[in-house]
Design a protein around this ligand. Sequence first.
Ligand SMILES: Cc1cc2nc3c(=O)[nH]c(=O)nc-3n(C[C@H](O)[C@H](O)[C@H](O)COP(=O)(O)O)c2cc1C
Length: 201
Amino acid sequence: MFDNHNLIPVNVNPIDLFKKWFVASSKSEVNDPNAMTLSTVSKNNKPSSRIVLLKSYDEKGFVFYTNSNSRKGKSISSNSFVSLNFHWKSKKRQIRIEGVVRIINSNVADKYFNSRPRESKIGAWASKQSSKLLDRSELNKRFVEVKKKYNNLSIPRPPYWNGYSVKPNLIEFWQEMQYRLHDRVVFKKIKNEWKSTRLFP
Ligand SMILES: Cc1cc2nc3c(=O)[nH]c(=O)nc-3n(C[C@H](O)[C@H](O)[C@H](O)COP(=O)(O)O)c2cc1C
């Protein structure tokens, strides 16, 4: 009656399991398998969520890039507790991650910024992310100005454009199962070691 095959393993390293699921989803998702919801809490205790792209990950952290002057950047500067959420519809799976976020080493951010298309680099200078834009033409004008400024020159990373790494202390795996008896396993980091527990759905 019950399908007890393919349950989420408990005696594994959650980063390895994340990798397995991420690689599998990368083959089946229509687009952006690395899109994740990032939730932050403002200094007034107001939560807010948006999608960012995961650019690298390992035991030390899950890395995304953004503008530190943005709404999320400001929230993070006053409260470094954040959560991430992946939902891979094609696999009927979810991963939740909670942890503490910090700005990564500027050399690593430079390297990633330099690998981006020239237009994206110009865009990073042109966009005052999350600030009021009265007219779309203002953004276009800024783009053209930056393009002109750096004509034939290499474009440096804006000082406010940073990489952020979320160091996980909780990772929960969820997958759809029959009769809505979904499978959940949560891994918590306790004294530098991952401990896992299966949860009721
Ligand atoms: C698929 C997708 C990928 C995105 N990737 C990023 C990203 O990597 N970095 C980023 O700053 N914003 C990204 N955004 C835009 C954010 O969701 C958000 O609109 C923006 O960062 C401003 O958020 P804030 O005002 O809360 O700071 C992405 C949006 C989508 C839909």
